[in-house]
Design a protein around this ligand. Sequence first.
Ligand SMILES: Cc1cc2nc3c(=O)[nH]c(=O)nc-3n(C[C@H](O)[C@H](O)[C@H](O)COP(=O)(O)OP(=O)(O)OC[C@H]3O[C@@H](n4cnc5c(N)ncnc54)[C@H](O)[C@@H]3O)c2cc1C
Length: 354
Amino acid sequence: MSILDSVVIGAGQAGLSASFHLTRLGIEHVVLDADDEPGGAWRHRWDALTMRDVHGVAELPGDAPPPRDGQRANIAVPAYFAAYEKAHRLPVVRPVRVDRVEDDGGILVVHAGDRQWRTRTVVNATGTWTHPFLPHYPGMETFVGEQLHTVDYPGPRHFVGKRVAVIGGGASAVQFLGALAPLTETLWITRHEPVWRDDDFTPEAGAAAVALVEQRVARGLPPQSVVSVTGLMLRPQEREAERLGAYAARRPMFERIEPDGLRWADGTFERVDAILWATGFRPAIGHLAPLHLRSAAGGVQLDRNGRGTTAVADPRIQLVGYGPSASTIGANRAGRSAAKGVQRALSTASVRSP
Ligand SMILES: Cc1cc2nc3c(=O)[nH]c(=O)nc-3n(C[C@H](O)[C@H](O)[C@H](O)COP(=O)(O)OP(=O)(O)OC[C@H]3O[C@@H](n4cnc5c(N)ncnc54)[C@H](O)[C@@H]3O)c2cc1C
């Protein structure tokens, strides 16, 4: 079986950007993507999310950004990615869900069921969407109502007539409350007091937030999402919910879940019909476990003080869309850095001919 110079795993913003730059550098590679069609995680966002509601989708390298209009994001972004893959003739193979990457005497073997690819380097671009985080609370399994995570969000109309607990202190929870509170009764629950920002979200503020995540990744700690460190903002879409008091009546975490509601340590109880866990995601990197990239601190340490994309534990592996680059703009830059990292790794004799 021939040996590729690189395999990119995942064809979201990060994987496509990496493939674009690898192509430019003349590096032979394939992109393996688990989805049936282009679009990365955007294919799976809820129908009510329009291009006006998203925080902003950066342009892919060498292209114009997708239009910011009333189109559904789960249609507009996949169409944008599909056109991009075609225009740049990116070597995407799908559907291929990689289940593990192993080292076979210095060659990396990428497995997907009974298929495999042999390669000198890997660019991992698998995002977080396929690895939702659901905390465990006592009594969770006894709840008779509905429990959903962000990945299952069916849109606000589904909840009309139900009392909904929205759990989580991030941008998704704020958006869900903005959509739900004008239609139905809501209760907001977060672990920590939310940090609001009412100043303009300047590029400097964005860079400062990214720097915080870089510092964690430089130390090999599990990354936080960039959004979680930028602070929360209310947009015009959320003003009605604010007027209705959806954000003011926040409660801290409860102690346990009972069949028909939530019980706090002080004995207070709230009846709810649905629990919406907006509790975020973790990097989807379980398939890299055989390579032992994780540090003792639980995350993958990246080079250049967390600003790079090369795994310190194994310079043949690049992580893009991970930690500080887990935004569309960050993923773009990371794709470029990863292609250079691959080029660097290929120039070392041990990787070229192990
Ligand atoms: C609800 C929500 C809204 C967001 N809104 C914004 C926003 O407005 N602006 C912004 O900049 N960022 C936003 N983000 C962050 C967003 O996740 C990133 O910006 C970006 O879309 C992630 O790109 P990615 O390429 O890293 O991952 P993804 O888009 O998730 O792509 C990963 C790809 O890898 C594939 N894959 C996964 N596992 C495997 C495997 N084992 N084998 C093969 N393929 C695999 C998947 O099929 C997918 O195609 C949002 C995140 C969430 C959760």
